[in-house]
Design a protein around this ligand. Structure first.
Ligand SMILES: NC(=O)c1ccc[n+]([C@@H]2O[C@H](COP(=O)([O-])OP(=O)(O)OC[C@H]3O[C@@H](n4cnc5c(N)ncnc54)[C@H](OP(=O)(O)O)[C@@H]3O)[C@@H](O)[C@H]2O)c1
Length: 268
């Protein structure tokens, strides 16, 4: 289904989403507004027939407006995009900004979807959760769903309340995993490895473990962890530390709580 898409903000997440649309053959439908486009993205968009920063008068009326700027910039961008209200479905991916607040900026007639994707969207392996306001029609929800599903798995919620927690778990989650790579490499150096070897090992270990999770979706992480852990072995010795008091579980709980708090503050 061809539908003109206006992407406002093509930074890390906006460009990641647009890459999925291009792969779905929607390139000619995309108009992106981005003050500092990354060269690779600009090339890919133009090659796919999309438009980057055209004159405002030539934008036309989109069927979907994707708001992918930082939460702090969103009010200005949304108030400006309010001129399109009527035809398009607005999709905001901003952390912490509730549908009601978006409606206050875009106008009460605006059909809005609030979504929380994550960075693996860039390779079609994202996890997105979305909720729609009551103005969103069935075809608009279908279009929003198609655009968000181009990034990977998509789940709809009837109520947006859990989205701050989703943001803290899957939206921010890739950063926790990247930190794990850094921390594992640093620990390897502490154990006597050369820094470059430690980083290569940490990098491929986390990527490989993630690959296993993706390749074996029916095997729970706990089962995979037990598979690597022989009784009395080296992994068990390490896990006793990681799973002990003040270990990974309470630490991540604390980190996620801090992210939820920040999401709520961004939306206040
Ligand atoms: N990154 C993630 O993993 C992730 C995950 C889930 C959700 N999100 C959400 O996605 C949104 C974007 O995050 P991001 O990480 O992609 O940020 P980002 O890389 O900073 O991208 C935002 C882009 O929007 C541009 N921009 C600013 N004002 C604009 C305007 N008036 N019109 C058009 N473009 C404008 C920015 O340009 P300048 O840099 O010149 O200001 C920047 O390139 C945020 O609301 C965030 O909460 C991000």
């Amino acid at each position: 289904m061809s539908a003109p898409i206006l992407l406002i903000g093509a930074g890390r997440m906006g460009a990641a989403l647009a890459r999925g649309w291009i792969e779905d053959g929607r390139g000619p439908d995309i108009t992106a507004i981005e003050p500092r486009p990354e060269a690779g993205f600009a090339r890919a968009l133009r090659k796919a027939g999309g438009r980057l920063n055209p004159k405002a008068a030539s934008i036309g009326t989109p069927q979907a407006v994707v708001l992918a700027v930082k939460p702090q910039m969103l009010e200005d961008v949304a108030r400006d995009a309010a001129r399109f209200v009527g035809k398009p479905v607005f999709i905001s991916i901003a952390a912490g900004i509730a549908l009601k607040k978006l409606g206050g900026w875009l106008g009460e007639r605006a059909a809005i979807v609030r979504a929380m994707p994550n960075l693996p969207a860039a390779i079609g392996q994202g996890a997105t959760v979305a909720a729609a306001n009551t103005r969103v029609t069935r075809p608009q929800k279908a279009l929003a769903g198609a655009l968000l599903a181009a990034a990977g798995a998509l789940e709809w919620l009837n109520d947006e309340t859990p989205i701050d927690a989703v943001t803290a778990v899957s939206g921010s989650g890739p950063a926790y995993v990247f930190l794990l790579v850094e921390a594992l490499a640093a620990a390897g150096v502490g154990a006597g490895l050369k820094p470059d070897l430690a980083m290569r090992l940490a990098h491929s270990t986390v990527a490989g473990a993630g690959g296993l999770l993706a390749a074996w979706p029916d095997r729970p992480a706990e089962t995979l962890r037990r598979d690597v852990t022989s009784p009395g072995g080296t992994t068990e010795a390490a896990l006793k530390v990681l799973m002990g008091t003040g270990g990974m579980t309470p630490l991540l709980a604390k980190a996620v709580k801090a992210a939820v708090k920040r999401a709520k503050a961004l939306g206040a």
